[in-house]
Design a protein around this ligand. Structure first.
Ligand SMILES: NC(=O)c1ccc[n+]([C@@H]2O[C@H](COP(=O)([O-])OP(=O)(O)OC[C@H]3O[C@@H](n4cnc5c(N)ncnc54)[C@H](O)[C@@H]3O)[C@@H](O)[C@H]2O)c1
Length: 261
């Protein structure tokens, strides 16, 4: 895949999990990175490793900040060829226990911000008569879920619908919209979340790797990044409206493998 001369915008682009894999895969393919993140320290760290990247600090939950961001991007770039809606947050709490604030925080990042960034991106493309493509980061929780993840699963199923619907609406403009659904992607930050359902996060990850995936290795962030890059590329010109799982086969298992092997 060759992204030389292509500008790709990644939200949550300063992340150390999936965001890092998306960033690295696109960089390896020659893309010029446009990284947007709420966290200035993380952006500064990303800029050190990717000095050519353009970094923007914004809280994409805010309609005003998203508008300001796209106003700056419009001045800075004559074309933006791709948008990766990666920024997302988690919540490990039963739906009937969660507070209104928690619901709003989750949905504002995982759904509303994705829609707001996508609509500004599409409007810019249409105004300029350009083509570009969107990849949304969903999750295996769009396929099936676990206790304490009803609300997170809700947001990722919303992404599935938004992906499909926008693909239908935008095909006539040669704008493709797809999603990638990662399984468990290993990053240190996940241990805090896993601690909400087990006292032994390392042990849980090891069991997940061995028994709840078809391929017995942990998913590296760049495994997700490569599929994102493919979906943004011309090689995927016939693919739109799809949610592709990058999950080491987890969504194909009916039972944990310790039951059956
Ligand atoms: N890590 C996993 O195992 C996993 C699995 C399935 C899906 N996902 C999805 O992948 C995406 C990335 O998750 P991750 O955990 O790998 O994180 P990540 O390491 O890619 O970091 C996400 C980034 O988003 C930024 N962000 C959060 N809220 C923001 C806001 N309001 N405005 C701007 N930036 C904001 C954070 O500062 C962070 O740098 C999310 O959509 C998540 O739901 C992750």
């Amino acid at each position: 895949m060759d992204f030389k001369g292509k500008n790709i915008l990644v939200t949550g682009g300063a992340g150390i999990g999936v965001g890092a894999g998306v960033r690295e895969a696109l960089h390896q393919s020659g893309a010029r990175l446009i990284l947007v993140d709420i966290d200035p320290a993380a952006l500064a760290a990303a800029k050190k490793n990717y000095p050519d990247a353009s970094c923007y600090q914004a809280d994409i939950r805010s309609a005003q900040e998203v508008e300001n961001l796209f106003r700056s991007l419009e001045i800075e770039f004559t074309a933006i060829h791709g948008l990766v809606n990666n920024a997302g947050v988690g919540l490990s709490k039963e739906a009937h226990i969660a507070s209104e604030e928690e619901f709003d925080r989750l949905t504002s990042v995982n759904i509303k911000a994705v829609w707001m960034c996508s609509r500004h991106f599409v409007r810019l493309l249409l105004e300029r008569g350009q083509s570009g493509h969107i990849v949304n980061i969903a999750s295996v929780h769009a396929h099936a879920t676990q206790a304490k993840f009803a609300l997170y699963s809700t947001t990722k199923n919303a992404i599935k619908g938004l992906t499909m619907g926008m693909a239908v609406e935008l095909g006539k403009h040669n704008i493709r919209v797809n999603a990638v659904g990662p399984g468990y992607v290993h990053a240190e930050q996940n241990f805090d979340l896993i601690r909400t359902w087990t006292d032994d996060p390392e042990g849980w990850v090891e069991k997940y790797r061995k028994y709840h995936q078809v391929i017995e290795r942990l998913i590296d962030p760049i495994d997700v990044g490569h599929v994102v890059a493919f979906l943004l590329s011309e090689e995927a010109r016939a693919v739109t409206g799809q949610l592709i799982y990058v999950d080491n086969g987890a969504t194909s298992l009916l039972f944990n493998r310790d039951f059956t092997e």
